[in-house]
Write a protein that binds this ligand. Structure first.
Ligand SMILES: [Fe+2]
Length: 264
């Protein structure tokens, strides 16, 4: 049975309404920037087209905890805590997961371009059908019994990371009617102190859903959005085995990678 391409619930916005809201906010930002307003390098915590951001963003200034005290209790990861096998998300089960095998590489660098070595990088993602393993994801796409979608990597002495996985597909979500997320991989970097943790997302070049995705578009500055998009890198692709992507992560400074948790 085919599905009607109409909006069954007037209380739920259409893609056209969401796209118009995104466009208006971006035009307002560009106007402000052209008049000398500040360049935004981070996500807007209150971005109305991303509906749940309305209830979730902080309304009071953040309470600054004492880092000295927090670090007494923070986890400390060493080289021996993370197995190199955890960097291959395609070998966690008895068989091969379905989908396009990819290798993602990159460097974690600080604001001055210095590599950040021995960083714990955690990744999680949907499978090649756009389905997460967790129970809250109920959309009718198949779970892959050979793919959990979770991995951990430590950067090497040069701040480089590398992992093997399956290219995730876009998936639907409930922000508005017929809402789809651009394909992405979630990243968390713990840093060497608890207060350095960042959570962000990596996207794939040329995704046709970029313009329609209010989470991606909640970063108002086009250059800051571009920094979340990996590059295809043929030197990372391997003959008859995988395609390759490269994505560098900047922990702080003007060219920082957008993160989900911190205010600008
Ligand atoms: Fe996701």
């Amino acid at each position: 049975m085919g599905q009607m391409n109409t909006n069954p619930d007037a209380a739920v916005a259409s893609q056209e309404e969401i796209s118009a809201e995104i466009s208006a906010l971006h035009q307002e930002y560009e106007r402000s920037k052209s008049q000398g307003g500040a360049e935004e390098t981070n996500v807007r915590l209150n971005f109305p087209p991303y509906r749940s951001s309305l209830l979730r963003h902080p309304t009071k200034s953040l309470h600054h905890a004492d880092p000295e005290e927090i670090e007494l209790h923070s986890p400390a990861f060493g080289d021996r805590d993370v197995s190199p096998l955890e960097a291959d998300l395609t070998i966690q089960h008895g068989g091969e997961p379905i989908g396009e095998r990819i290798v993602v590489v990159g460097r974690v660098i600080d604001a001055d371009g210095h590599p950040v070595p021995h960083q714990l990088v955690e990744v999680w993602q949907a499978n090649a059908a756009g389905r997460y393993i967790h129970k809250r994801d109920q959309h009718p796409a198949p779970i892959d019994p050979n793919f959990t979608g979770v991995g951990r990597i430590l950067t090497n002495a040069n701040g480089e990371y590398s992992f093997t996985t399956i290219k995730p597909a876009p998936y639907p979500w409930k922000n508005h009617h017929n809402a789809w997320r651009s394909a992405h991989i979630h990243f968390s970097l713990f840093g060497t102190a608890f207060t350095q943790r960042i959570v962000t997302q990596m996207y794939f070049p040329g995704d046709p859903l970029f313009d329609l995705d209010p989470i991606y578009q909640s970063i108002t500055d086009p250059a800051a959005r571009d920094r979340l998009v990996a590059q295809y890198d043929h030197t990372v692709s391997q003959h008859e085995w995988n395609t390759g992507y490269r994505w560098d992560i900047v922990l702080s400074g003007t060219n920082r990678t957008w993160t989900e948790q911190e205010e600008q």
